[in-house]
Design a protein around this ligand. Structure first.
Ligand code: ATP
Ligand code: MG
Length: 262
């Protein structure tokens, strides 16, 4: 049987909305009736906190780091937590040591793929939230999923961060004979200025084959984070919810082929 469709939300630039997009895209996929496994691969544990699971961040080992070091030796109960909308592989304070710990292992970038092979069989989608830097953890996410959703701010620094990201992804594809698919670009925290419009035009020109979605600046997204849910479980109606549904539908559409061929 084909496994679940896996994607990661990535951009090495900090604070562009990776966690916000990952949590709300996962919430949208759940809203569309799918079973979702969320993976918080960021040592900061922001998604773990934003899904109301902060106590797990300080839980005793075995943690996600142990599971990456020995992907077939840790049982799911140790690292997979329940949330109203999805199951969550939580991050942990130990993940701060991941780079040095994994450097001593063979095939360090393949660990998450092996871990997921053992635990994600019952899900429709796996959504991985990446840390804000390139390196072994992001490599694990790219290698395990081969599908990326890219959040980017509508500001000039995004040009270089996207160039760096695509160069990096290209090298990883060559090194490991992968084909990593950009599923969507989520222009995030958009305001109604001329500069924002100019950057949106630049995205469209630079990435003509990648669907672009527009998430506006909304404090309500931060309130949902504080409440420990996606916008779909929030107490208030949040207009950006429909954009996340659009992204989820794009994910469904572009990843059906992947599932069939897997
Ligand atoms: N569309 C938006 N409107 C308002 N606030 C937003 C929006 N998107 C993200 N934010 C806020 O901006 C901050 C950074 O967002 P987020 O944590 O999702 O970025 P990130 O890329 O995951 O950061 P990091 O690189 O540290 O992992 C958070 O406080 C978040 O609530
Ligand atoms: Mg984040």
């Amino acid at each position: 049987m084909a496994g679940p469709a896996r994607l990661c939300v990535t951009n090495q630039k900090g604070g562009v909305g990776k966690t916000t997009v990952a949590v709300n895209l996962a919430g949208a996929l759940n809203e569309l009736g799918h079973d979702v496994l969320f993976v918080d691969l960021d040592p900061q544990g922001n998604a773990t906190e934003g899904l109301g699971l902060l106590e797990a961040y300080d839980a005793e080992p075995p943690s996600l780091l142990d599971a990456l070091i020995d992907p077939t030796g840790v049982s799911p109960e140790d690292i997979v937590y329940s949330h109203a909308e999805m199951d969550v592989v939580v991050s942990n304070i130990d993940m701060n040591a991941a780079a040095s710990a994994l450097a001593q292992e063979s095939g360090p970038e393949t660990r998450l793929a092996t871990l997921l092979d053992g635990i994600d069989g019952d899900y429709d989608y796996v959504v991985v939230d990446c840390p804000p830097h390139l390196g072994v953890l992001t490599d694990n996410a790219l290698y395990a999923t081969e599908n990326i959703v890219i959040p980017a701010l509508t500001e000039p620094t995004s040009k270089r961060s996207l160039e760096l990201l695509f160069d990096y992804v290209g090298s990883l594809e060559m090194e490991h004979d992968l084909e990593i698919e950009p599923i969507a670009l989520v222009a995030n925290r958009i305001e109604t200025t001329g500069e924002d419009e100019a950057m949106l035009a630049w995205f469209e020109e630079a990435l003509p084959d990648v669907p672009i979605f527009r998430v506006r600046k909304r404090v309500a997204l931060q309130r949902a984070f504080t409440a420990g849910t996606s916008v779909f479980e929030a107490d208030e109606e949040i207009d950006m919810a429909e954009v996340f549904i659009d992204v989820a539908e794009q994910v469904e559409e572009s990843m059906t082929d992947t599932e069939v061929l897997a």
